[in-house]
Ligand binder design. Structure first.
Ligand SMILES: Cc1ncc(COP(=O)(O)O)c(C=O)c1O
Length: 380
């Protein structure tokens, strides 16, 4: 029988963090609060707005905390995340990807009747589909033309292409051209701070060229959205960038720790040692329980290296200090928070070592995302 969140909450609240079944996803809420306030302060200091990416935590509770600290809205990766945020009361959402499936566009157009919804685009046919869907739904999309600033993922490749897309978005009904988006995600995989800075400068000059190209063509660019946790200080200081989309600062993870030490670890997976042989040990938090994406997990207060990650087993070697014993609890830091969070239904929210709440994780793929719309709804 599956337990609902209310039952889980009644069982969990009041327990010590070490006293729960493993593996479990643990959120240090004090650290989240400090990270959220610090980034809000930093963005004010840099003179930029903050629109945090919530794909990292998928938590309405954290998003509302970010808004209370001064964020102007949130960034999402998917329509389903946008729905979860709007249902929780978020009034201003940017979907930072081109949305293509017709059912998803129709859903976004419905959402745009309830909140301010902007979306990234990089193709004329998509701009036309968005216009049609918004007109049908009686709503309006804000549009940010995505510029490829060197990542090679989404985005127009040339300033002329960016200008043509912006002109189209500015002309069609149901759309309001707001500006440009250019996410320098390729810089985040560069560990060397100087090299990362140079890459981010190149990305910024591509974005700046596009902004100037549009302005020369008489197109208003009110919004320029950019920046991640590894680049926010540099990108946020650019006078033409109006908002920062960073998200990982909220929880941090091993991958982002390589880029900045400005924020605290707030996300953990609690595991139990199920096997121990000398300096090697196995913890019950394999790939189904913790992310090994982008970086190997770390262990709090322990010097370890990960020697393998099977589905249910994480193999560790202690590199200094006492070996593990069977039954030991291990507090692990995920390699990459977004893909760790996505494995769980809920966070065990911890303050001063005690579970104080259980917060849902929304918009994972599954029952919240599969929509079997009628054929008429999906044909444009
Ligand atoms: C478009 C976009 N904006 C912002 C971010 C947030 O970056 P970070 O998680 O490094 O803060 C991401 C992360 O992948 C992204 O894809």
């Amino acid at each position: 029988m599956t337990r609902d969140l209310r039952t889980l909450k009644s069982e969990a609240v009041g327990r010590a963090v070490g006293d729960v079944e493993t593996p479990a996803l643990i959120l240090d809420v004090g650290a989240v609060e400090r990270n959220v306030k610090k980034m809000a302060r930093e963005c004010r200091r840099l003179g930029t707005l903050l629109r945090p990416h919530i794909k990292v935590h998928k938590s309405p509770d954290i998003a509302l905390m970010q808004l209370a600290a001064g964020a102007v809205g949130v960034t999402t990766a998917t329509v389903w995340e946008a729905r979860a945020m709007i249902e929780a009361g978020v009034a201003d959402v940017l979907v930072a990807n081109q949305v293509v499936p017709p059912a998803a566009i129709a859903e976004l157009a419905e959402l745009a009747a309830a909140a301010s919804v902007s979306v990234a685009v990089d193709a004329a046919e998509n701009i036309r589909s968005l216009s049609l869907a918004a007109t049908r739904a009686g709503s309006q999309f804000g549009v940010l033309v995505e510029v490829d600033v060197g990542m090679g993922r989404g985005g127009a490749r040339k300033p002329d292409e960016t200008r043509d897309l912006a002109e189209l978005a500015g002309e069609l009904p149901g759309l309001h051209l707001r500006g440009l988006m250019g996410y320098e995600g390729h810089c985040m995989v560069e560990d060397d701070a100087n090299a990362r800075e140079q890459m981010a400068s190149r990305a910024a000059s591509i974005l700046r060229d596009s902004v100037e190209h549009l302005r020369r063509a008489g197109i208003a660019v009110d919004v320029v959205s950019s920046g991640g946790t590894g680049t926010f200080e540099q990108t946020g200081a650019l006078s033409f960038v109006t908002e920062i989309q960073a998200g990982s600062y909220t929880t941090m993870d091993v991958f982002h720790e390589r880029m900045t030490d400005r924020f605290e670890r707030a996300l953990f997976v609690l595991g139990t040692v199920t096997s121990a042989h000398g300096r090697e040990a196995v913890v019950d938090a394999g790939r189904k329980a913790i992310s090994t994406d982008a970086a190997a997990p770390a262990a709090v207060g322990r010097n370890i290296e990960v020697i393998f990650a099977n589905e249910e087993h994480l193999g560790l070697r202690v590199t200094a200090g006492d070996p593990f014993a069977i039954g030991d609890k291990v507090l692990l830091v995920p390699g990459y928070a977004p893909t760790a969070v996505n494995l769980y239904d809920a966070y065990l929210v911890v303050r001063d070592g005690t579970i104080t709440d259980v917060w849902p994780i929304r918009s994972r793929y599954g029952t919240e995302t599969i929509r079997l719309r009628s054929a008429s709804a999906v044909t444009t």
